[in-house]
Every structure is written in structure tokens, then in C-alpha cells.
Design a protein around this ligand. Structure first.
Ligand SMILES: [Ca+2]
Length: 383
């Protein structure tokens, strides 16, 4: 069979379906360009979009073993039609290019698998900590601090977020920008929005935000890459967070979280400030001891500090440092390789968890931050 190559895609001239898809791809690009949605698309982007659309064979598109997956093309599904209608009526999108764009989705079944078993739910604390709080990440954080000292100091001044907290989030989310995810964000969000029933409401909203984001920022909707959950850039912002919290922090009038570490620093600090970070609260969480007979059912029951330190002391959870008896805390238990340890999470611990609602995540951010801070202090002291 005669086969030629378009970009990285194999195109068969003998299959009329491919011709139709290629035509649809180019039409979608042209229509989005007319709408100003693809102002930044390059020739390479055009080829990539064509490839993405060509890759969306209606049947047999993946070697999935899961017979329960819905193989009906997205645009033929009622839920997708309703979504398109809403984007048209509420946000004035043109129907035809949107249909064309949604005709070219390659289902991201691996993203569905990853969504069903996030490490925050399946790993013990000692495993999670070993992955994220390690010497290489501390050393890279220190390098990043040296490189962006002024902008980190500016972010602390403006938003009240200590540099080491911003650095720890950057380190955990993307290894300081070295790994920002390889999933095509648009295809991934469509897959999660329409093939993950338990999370469909959340991901349809994120898909809506994504389409608004690419229109506002003039991004190529098919070019962006991210995590299996559609998180993007240095700070792994999901679409709604990008729209609400991303800021231009270097003054070039673009909030670029993909390639601009300065904007990423400002945006993470802005996110935490907007989600309640208290600049005067030095402590984020403190180690605790538990009395014999303590009410252990209280541990891990909430990320939000809802009980007073005095109440928790009466229930058998004692802070390792003096805290005002009336201040609020939440008792936390962490599984070690052998045994366990307890902490009291305070207000800013909960604020970190707004980034990722997991006690493992917030503690990893805190402990990585503490190690980066210690390394910085040691460096300053000439040790
Ligand atoms: Ca900028």
C-alpha cells in the first residue's frame, strides 16, 4: 500500500476516511484561526493538529482491554452535543469549529487509569515521602532559589509566601519545570469529562475553562501538554486555576506558566494568598504526641483545622511546641515504614491542601520546604 508521511502521521491515500479527516482537521484550524483562537499556531502546530485529528479513528483506536469503555466517537454522544450547545449559547463559541475540534479527539485511556489510582490514595506516607522529599530535589530547589532569588523575594513581599514553600510546590509539581507532563491536555480533558462518570462534573467544568483559557490566551488548543488530570506548566495548574490565579510576574503582559519560571513563582504565591495563606503564621504543622487512650478516630478526619488545641489535648493529642490553646488544629497520622507519627496541621497546612487535597501532599510540601530552607541556611553560613 502506498503510504506517505505527514509530520509524524502515516496517511493512506487509499482510505477515504483519512482524506475526510485531514480535510476536517485543516478546516477546524482555519475556522479557529478566523475566531482568533489559534493566533499563535505555527506550521508545526498545524501539522500536529492534523495528526491529532487523523489519529482519531472512530473504531479500534486503542488496544484497550476494557470492554466497558464507550467507543462511540465523542461528537456523536448526547452529552457532548449538550456540552457544545452550552459553549455556543453561554460563551458564544462557533458551533462548527468546535464540532470539528471535538471530532479529532484521541481518547486518553491511560489518563483514566491513572485517575483511578492516584499516588495520594494508594501510597503510604513513607513511600510518598521517599518519592518527593529527596536530596536531588532539595539540591535542585537550592539551585532554583539562587537563580530566582529576586523574584522569590518579591513574591514573599507581595503575597507573604516564604520562598521555600513556593520552591517545594515547584519541585513536587514539575521538578522545577523539568517535567510538565506529556498528555495532550485537550484530548485528556475530553476523555475525563465524558468517560469518567464519577468525575464528569468536575472535568466538564475544567474542559469549559480550558476552551475559555485557550481563547483568552490565544493558545493552540491541541498543542498544550500536561498531566493525566489536565494540569499544566511549572505549577501544574488546572484550567480553572490558570484562569483564576495565573499572573504576569515579570511584566511582559503575558501570564505564561509553561515556559516562564518567574510567572510560575508569582502565580503559585498568588494562588496560596488567594486561598487564605496567613503571612504571619510561621508554623504550618507541628509534631504531636498521643496519650495512651487518645481518641485516634479524630486523626485524618479533616484537612481543615476545626478543633482547638485545648480540645485536642483533652482528646489525647499534644503539640510538641506551645500553641495558643484557642488556636485551631487538625490531628494527622502518617504511616512510617515501621510505626507511625502524629502531627497537628494548622491553618496554612490546610491552605497548601487547597492546591492538592491530600495530607500526604501538604506534608511533603512542608518537609521539602524545610529541607530546602535548611540547605539554604547552611549555604549562607558557609557550611
Ligand atoms: Ca509574564
Amino acid at each position: 500500500m502506498l503510504i506517505w508521511r505527514l509530520g509524524s502521521c502515516l496517511v493512506s491515500p487509499l482510505n477515504p476516511c483519512y482524506h475526510a479527516r485531514a480535510l476536517m482537521a485543516m478546516m477546524a484550524v482555519a475556522q479557529f484561526q478566523m475566531l482568533g483562537l489559534l493566533n499563535r499556531i505555527s506550521l508545526a502546530g498545524l501539522a500536529a493538529l492534523s495528526c491529532a485529528l487523523l489519529a482519531a479513528a472512530p473504531v479500534g483506536h486503542a488496544q484497550t482491554a476494557d470492554a466497558e469503555l464507550n467507543h462511540t466517537p465523542y461528537v456523536e454522544r448526547q452529552a457532548v452535543q449538550k456540552f457544545i450547545a452550552r459553549m455556543v449559547s453561554e460563551h458564544r463559541f462557533e458551533r462548527t469549529p468546535l464540532v470539528s475540534l471535538l471530532s479529532g479527539i484521541t481518547p486518553q485511556h491511560k489518563a483514566l487509569e491513572s485517575l483511578s489510582r492516584p499516588v495520594e490514595k494508594t501510597w503510604e506516607w513513607h513511600e510518598y515521602r521517599r518519592l518527593f522529599v529527596k536530596p536531588e530535589r532539595v539540591a535542585a530547589g537550592l539551585d532554583f532559589w539562587r537563580l530566582h532569588y529576586g523574584h522569590l523575594a518579591h513574591a514573599q513581599c507581595r503575597f507573604g509566601i516564604p520562598p521555600e514553600i513556593v520552591l517545594a510546590i515547584l519541585g513536587i509539581e514539575s521538578r522545577y519545570g523539568q517535567y510538565k507532563g506529556r498528555y495532550p491536555v485537550f484530548d485528556t480533558l475530553v476523555t475525563l469529562a465524558f468517560d469518567a462518570p464519577r468525575r464528569s462534573g468536575f472535568f466538564r467544568k475544567e474542559l469549559e475553562h480550558y476552551l475559555l483559557l485557550v481563547r483568552e490566551q490565544h493558545f493552540d488548543p491541541t498543542a498544550l501538554r500536561g498531566s493525566y488530570a489536565g494540569a499544566m506548566g511549572y505549577g501544574q495548574f488546572i484550567s480553572s486555576s490558570y484562569r483564576h490565579y495565573a499572573i504576569d510576574f515579570d511584566g511582559d503582559e503575558v501570564a505564561d506558566l509553561f515556559d516562564n519560571p518567574v510567572d510560575a513563582i508569582g502565580s503559585i504565591a498568588n494562588y496560596l494568598a488567594e486561598n487564605g495563606w496567613r503571612r504571619d503564621d510561621v508554623l504550618v504543622a507541628v509534631p504531636a504526641t498521643v496519650d495512651v487512650g487518645a481518641d485516634l478516630s479524630l486523626a485524618n478526619s479533616s484537612l481543615r483545622p476545626v478543633k482547638t488545641v485545648a480540645t485536642l489535648a483533652r482528646a489525647g493529642f499534644r503539640s510538641s511546641v506551645d500553641l495558643p490553646p484557642g488556636s485551631k488544629a487538625t490531628p494527622l497520622r502518617y504511616q512510617l515504614k515501621e510505626g507511625e507519627e502524629y502531627w497537628l496541621g494548622l491553618h496554612n497546612f490546610h491552605t497548601i491542601s487547597t492546591y492538592n487535597p491530600s495530607r500526604l501532599y501538604s506534608m511533603a510540601v512542608l518537609q521539602l520546604a524545610q529541607e530546602i530552607r535548611a540547605a539554604r541556611s547552611a549555604e549562607a553560613a558557609g557550611r
